[in-house]
Structure formats: C-alpha cells, structure tokens
Unconditional design. Structure first.
Length: 363
C-alpha cells in the first residue's frame, strides 16, 4: 500500500506534527508513505526527511494559488500513491479535486470543530462528495462532520488520537532545570501561538492572580508570538510569564507544572491536552465538545463554561488552595491517558480505514 499524506502546511503545530507521527508509524508498519503540504516546506518537512520519509511541497503562495493544484497533480503522478489522505480544509479540497483528475481515491480528515470561519464549513460541504470517506479522532468531531458537512455516518471513520508520549522528568529535576522555586504554583500551556489559541487569556489570568506566588510557562511558537510579546511589555504580570519557545518534547515544562491551562476557542481532540494528561497534570480548559466527552469519563479535566480570564483564574486559585484535590485530578488524568492512548493502535486503525477505502463500497 502506498499512501500520500497531505496537509495545508508543515509548520510546527498540532496537526502537522500528528501527521508526521502518523507517517513514521505507517512506515514502521510496512506502509510505503510520503508526506507533503500545500505551502512551501516547513520545519516539519525537514524533520520528516531526516527520518527517511519522502516529502514534497506544492509551494502555494496563498490560499487561492491555483498553481498549487497543478503542482500537487504532478506530485501525485510522480509518486503514484494508491490513496491520498488529507487533513484540514484547504488540503481536503485540493486532494478531492486532484484525486478526481488523477483517479486516485481520497480520504479526508478534520482536526478541529471550527466556529469562527463558517465559509470553511460551506466549502467542505460542497466538495465532500468527491472523496471516499472522512477520518476523525473523537465522537464530537464525528457528530460535527455529519451535521456540518452533511456526511453520511457510514463514510465517517473514527480512529483513536495519535499522541506522542512526552518524556517527563522528576518534578524537582524539571524545576531545577527551568530555574523555578519549589514552592511556586506553576501553570503551563503548550501549543502553536495562533490567535485561535487565545494566549492573551493566559496573560490576563496571570494579572488576576497577582496575590498568588505563581509562574506561567508558554511552550510553543507561531504567528501570534509578536502580538503576545507586545502585550507582555505593557502587562504588570510580565515577570510571571515565560515564553519558552518551541520544544521538541514539552516534557520538561510539563514535569515542572502543577496545572495545564488551555483556553482555546475551537479544537478537536487537542494533542497538547492529551500529552498533559499523560504527564499527570490536571487540565483547566474551555468547555469544548470533544473535551466535554473526556470530562464525562472522570479524566481529570476542569472545563470552564464562561471562558473569561476571571473564570479561568478562579479555577486556578481553587486548585492552588486545594493541593490534595489537585493531585487527585492529576492522578485521574494520568490513569485515563494510560488506559486510552496507544500510538500503535492508532496507526493500525488508520491502516484499516485505508484498506476499507481501497476495497471499495460494500467491504
């Protein structure tokens, strides 16, 4: 089986990194795999190439660069995949069009439940009939694509989330490495600095918690970093917030933390939350559909229905004051993650979907 993985870009972020892990997992499982993006090559492109994965780029100069479709068609003819698996709206539409032109089956996928760009939903719905199926990694996403994209249930495939297990050091060791005091209350966030992640909420939380000896660690990088740095320069909480930049493994920051804070506006099944749960951290997050399902499994999540800085800060203060309750939440998070997250099973689930797609209707 030869599979082509396609995503919008190869910048460091949850979806490109998850697909990079999938590419390596497929390769190790005996699948002939290549991985590429519509945008120019990014850091994930180089990381994949270093692991021996064939990569490609369509070098799109913008979201409406029609020549990128021609380049993608050229890559498909050159690499001759049996199946194209795309993720995110732009990549999904490009794969559907090129798949029809080259007569290569396409399976698409969705990584998030968007509410801010309704036109994405319209384009997905209009082109959905051009592929053979749609992959999601949570029940909430499955319901979303059936309703928003008008996908029939028998063409929506639910696979487990594919999460990297962070290497988490001892708490004292992690704090010493980061220069943190043993008695500080440490809150961590991990992700791509993008406006939808609402990192400014973290800054406002830090301002709300001026009376608590606390530190906020932000692990990641992205297009919103410059705006966040500008906000920090004018904030009285600037001394309590550290931007650690991109880390190959966020385990050091997770090991040093007491709580994981996640104020995103829209998400699917976020990798960062699952990694924090694997590290045994209680998670304070926006009340999102996919996370709501996890919270129902007693998984150590505290969801905030009114996602304001004041509401998040109130939950953080409560967890700061209740160390035993905080530790119990973290233990439940770790127990849930170790029972439900299995990278090898997630890779095999993808392979089973590919086989079903290639077998055709009725199989």
């Amino acid at each position: 089986m030869r599979v082509m993985l396609l995503v919008t870009d190869h910048q460091r972020g949850g979806t490109p990194l998850r697909l990079a892990r999938l590419a390596v997992g497929l390769r190790d499982a005996g699948v002939d795999v290549c991985a590429g993006c519509l945008a120019p090559p990014g850091s994930v492109t180089a990381e994949l190439a270093a692991q021996g994965i064939t990569t490609f780029s369509c070098r799109a100069r913008g979201p409406w660069d029609g020549m990128a479709l021609c380049r993608l068609a050229g890559h498909v003819r050159r690499l001759a995949p049996d199946l194209i698996h795309s993720t995110l709206m732009h990549a999904n539409v490009a794969a559907r069009v090129v798949g029809c032109l080259t007569r290569v089956p396409v399976v698409t996928s969705t990584a998030t439940i968007e509410v801010e760009r309704r036109w994405h939903l319209w384009i997905e719905r209009m082109t959905a009939g051009l592929d053979r199926g749609h992959i999601v990694n949570s029940d909430a996403l499955a319901q979303h694509v059936q309703q928003a994209f008008s996908r029939p249930a028998d063409r929506v495939f639910l696979v487990p989330p594919l999460v990297a297990k962070p290497c988490v050091p001892d708490r004292a060791q992690a704090r010493a490495a980061l220069g943190l005091d043993a008695g500080e209350f440490v809150v961590v966030w991990v992700g791509r600095l993008d406006p939808v992640k609402r990192a400014e909420i973290i800054l406002r939380c830090a301002e709300q918690m001026a009376s608590v000896p606390c530190r906020f660690l932000l692990v990641g990088d992205g297009p919103d970093r410059r705006r966040l740095e500008s906000l920090l320069r004018n904030s009285p909480a600037a001394g309590r917030i550290r931007l650690l930049g991109w880390q190959v493994d966020p385990g050091l920051a997770l090991g040093a933390a007491d709580v994981f804070l996640f104020p995103s506006l829209t998400e699917g099944m976020p990798n960062a939350v699952l990694e924090a749960m694997w590290a045994g951290l209680p998670v304070v997050a926006t009340d999102l559909p996919a996370l709501r399902a996890l919270a129902g499994d007693d998984s150590g999540l505290r969801l905030v229905a009114a996602p304001t800085p004041q509401a998040f800060a109130a939950v953080l203060r409560e967890l700061h004051d209740d160390e035993m309750g905080r530790r119990a939440l973290g233990l439940r998070a770790r127990t849930w993650a170790r029972a439900h997250l299995n990278p090898a099973a997630a890779v095999q689930a993808h392979i089973q979907v590919y086989r079903r797609i290639l077998a055709g209707p009725g199989h």
